[in-house]
Design a protein around this ligand. Structure first.
Ligand SMILES: [Zn+2]
Ligand SMILES: [Zn+2]
Length: 289
């Protein structure tokens, strides 16, 4: 069986626009078949740049519903619908995914009706199905076995309604020949370390806790404090990413969702390496692993 490739379509830490990195999206693929893992704005065009076709995408797996991870979903659905590209599509994601997909497909009604009105010979609209998953859920995507685990990107009190409603997931993709774990966005998490145990490849977010995104500068002390807390608890510093990889015993780490300025990448690499002695890759858009 053909080995699967993991391509980092978009490696920015969203949602702010970045000059050289697209919003978060990844493609797990082999020729003629693909799964989109997170669907940041511009994912559809990045799929083409990666040499794959929109029609190849059979499923989408969403880690959480922050806009940097979902902004390309409407384009994905609409650009399949208008030219009738591709067959049935299943979208997996945390609680809230079915509502999101329902609204997006409802918003495509005009386009669907227009297609039928102008060209009655067009084939029926391919089915789009949403499947909500949570802690411990497992599902199969052809030869890939997937397991989901809740991470710490959101930090609500454990028994609260918000904690049940807003979940952020990490995924383990058991593919023929190797296991790949995708953290999505997360803070330090024992649950993610367990999910990633002995994996071949850990695709991890990384964030410089001292870097304030340009759009959030000069917003006053309350915003500065929120950003500081958010970065410390709900994202991974270079040291924490390295610690996660070491604790999980993975062979290699690929760092994406890169919330580190280019000028600070070498220092970040050193910090990761001070905790983890496996292979360390800082991903760029369209890198293949
Ligand atoms: Zn994000
Ligand atoms: Zn997020």
């Amino acid at each position: 069986m053909t080995a699967l490739t993991w391509t980092t379509l978009g490696t920015a830490a969203g949602p702010n626009a970045h000059g050289t990195r697209a919003q978060p999206a990844n493609l797990l693929h082999r020729p003629g078949w693909a799964v989109l893992v997170d669907a940041g704005d511009s994912a559809v065009d990045q799929i083409a740049r990666a040499g794959a076709r929109l029609a190849d995408v059979r499923a989408v797996v969403l880690s959480h519903l922050h806009i940097d991870h979902t902004g390309g979903l409407f384009a994905l659905l609409g650009r399949r619908l208008q030219p009738r590209v591709g067959g049935p599509l299943t979208i997996y994601g945390p609680p809230g995914t079915a509502e999101l997909v329902g609204h997006l497909t409802a918003a495509l009604r005009y386009l669907a009706d227009l297609g039928h009105a102008t060209n009655p010979r067009v084939s029926p609209i391919p089915a789009v199905t949403a499947v909500e998953v949570t802690e411990g859920d497992e599902f199969d995507l052809d030869e890939i076995h997937v397991r989901a685990a809740v991470n710490t990107h959101y930090s609500f009190p454990p028994d609260s309604d918000d904690n049940a409603r807003f979940q952020s997931l990490s995924f383990r993709f058991g593919t023929p020949g190797r296991a790949i774990v995708y953290t999505g966005d997360t803070g330090p998490s024992l649950n993610v370390a367990q999910l990633a145990q002995d994996a071949d490849l850990l695709i991890s977010e990384i964030n410089d806790p001292n870097r304030v995104p340009p759009a959030l500068r000069d917003k006053g002390p309350a915003v500065a404090e929120f950003v500081k807390q958010h970065f410390e608890r709900e994202h991974l510093s270079p040291s924490e990413a390295g610690t996660l990889a070491a604790r999980a015993g993975v062979r290699a780490i690929v760092l994406t969702h890169v919330g580190v300025d280019d000028a600070d990448l070498a220092a970040a690499r050193q910090l990761v390496a001070s905790h983890f002695d496996g292979d360390i890759h800082f991903a760029r858009d369209l890198d293949r692993f």
